[in-house]
Ligand binder design. Sequence first.
Ligand code: SP5
Ligand code: ZN
Length: 352
Amino acid sequence: MGSMPPVVWSEDVLRHEPGAEIWVGVRTPGTEVPDRARVLLAAVTAAGAEVLRAQPHDDSILRAVHDPGMLHHLATVADDWAAGEYLALVGQDRVVPYFFPTAGMLDGLPATPPAATHARAGMWCYDTMTLVGPGTWEAARAAVDVALTAADLVAAGTPATYALVRPPGHHATRRAFGGSCYLNNAAVAAEALRAHGHDRVAVIDIDAHHGNGTQAVFWQRPDVFYGSLHVDPGAGWFPHVVGHATEMGEGDGAGATYNRPLPPGTADDDWLAALADVCDRARGAQAMVVSLGVDAAGADPESPLEVSTEGFRRAGEILAGLGLPTVLVHEGGYDLTRLGPDTVAVLSAFGS
Ligand code: SP5
Ligand code: ZN
């Protein structure tokens, strides 16, 4: 096994305990659990990685990615929910939306900010699976500090760093959280690399799902390429309505988005060929962010892709072969037996 890149970590990422996912109206235990981060930390430590503590950062780069209203919402809604006594009233201790004032509901009407906290719950999110609890904001904000610290190290000359974070981020758009994601850690890392003087940045997303949030953030941007391989949304998979091959960016960003949707059941050889194709399109970038989800693993409960640990090792070689300064930011991966080995398999290619 090769050596490992430095790992950036914060204990605070454990503070988010969604407790459940409400999916098709049914409360399920949920798969984006704190143990994911514990498993990853144990795996990278056992592989010999140096583990560095995240440094606090102000909100300047975070605000380049997310609407301040969404940040305020996430920072305050758990306290408002507790004060609203929804636990005593209805037995619900997490913030769960029931009302979504979509563009279709408003149909051009002017909306006022809702007075009820249970209505506010649906204002900045797009699904019922992404619950907010007492430590959600603290964990999501800590993950941003981890990503920013990892980007600082790369800007200062470390060839590659791994931001060991949860909750994940690539489904979070500028103005809405969802898909178990709250703040878009990878988009923040890309903006940080830009701020550090890397004029062209590539985000390569190998999570099993399309990173709709990251794509949306950079949709009209020529300076940040977004490339993803993922299970075909058209075959019925989250995020369902975007992530198709026809989406290639718009305006100044035309040509700077590239998607390779893959059929359910896709295994190593086809998955790696798609990755190589995505990496080819990223040529010209001066730095890279990898959205490192490992939920393409065979038995993962959230995806029907069939990638092996050896496939993840080869993916690491393809990615590292670009020779770019790289921040790897963790995304999905929900099979706790594969999470550690598959992540280490990718990271090993980035050891110096
Ligand atoms: C970051 C990331 O990987 N987010 C995953 C979002 C996909 N979640 C879709 C959940 C659909 C319902 N899951 C039911 C699982 C039953 N085993
Ligand atoms: Zn995923």
